[in-house]
Write a protein that binds this ligand. Sequence first.
Ligand SMILES: O=P(O)(O)OC[C@@H](O)[C@@H](O)c1c[nH]c2ccccc12
Length: 264
Amino acid sequence: MSNDVLVRILADTRTETTQRKAQASLAEMEKRARDASPVRGFEAALSRKVAAGKDALIAELKRKSPSGGDIRPGFDPAQLAQAYERAGAACLSVLTDLPYFGGTESDLHAARNATSLPVLRKDFIVDPWQLAETRAMGADCALLIVAALDDATLRELFDAARSYGLDVLVEAHDREEFERGAALGATMLGVNNRNLRTLVTDLATTEELSSLLPAGAALVAESGLKTRADLERLHKVGARRFLVGESLLRLPDLEAATRALLGV
Ligand SMILES: O=P(O)(O)OC[C@@H](O)[C@@H](O)c1c[nH]c2ccccc12
């Protein structure tokens, strides 16, 4: 087996998606997507925070990760989502990948139903069927990881996501990926400070790529953010939108930790 974590996750995701596709046709999934609870406006919620002069936090719910192992004892997605909302998070991100992150669709439902926040489904999307599924499960935004996709597939998935009414966070880790995301016309470009191949994080990644942001697009700094000082460091390169999970989830008082991170 390959040591490359992303390659392994993608291979497993393909196998698993093939199995799920056998249970519901695309037409059936699209019907469920049409019947789902209306989208809450993920990108707009972030922009409202920024327009009000605040940091826009996408607060993440994940049970475990390949880099961090089990993250929080007694993980209760509804309770944690409410703590994030009370502390002023703009949006939520919920892992739904089971083998590597311990997530499920029911975690997403629990978090979304317990709050009024828009939700990103954090998973590994390789097939347009998964985007109908993403909307059908009630999510407001999908993640597309540039490193996982060739240009034609990236385009196909981006267009499919938007056709279902989803906002899209397009994630890059290096210059080439960021430029491919920008060329797509993505309006939310994420910089993952964690290299998904080695799992090492470095905030300098956001600093380096920030200068490539096209006019009119929003930058989202992702992963490895731990302190108020980390966010302030990235303010200097214009980042005001932040995706944070592990460092908050490891602290017993999640609400206080989130307020401290946001400086409120
Ligand atoms: O827990 P952290 O280090 O705060 O990171 C959150 C989020 O950025 C991270 O979970 C993530 C970013 N992109 C991903 C892609 C797949 C899985 C996970 C991720």
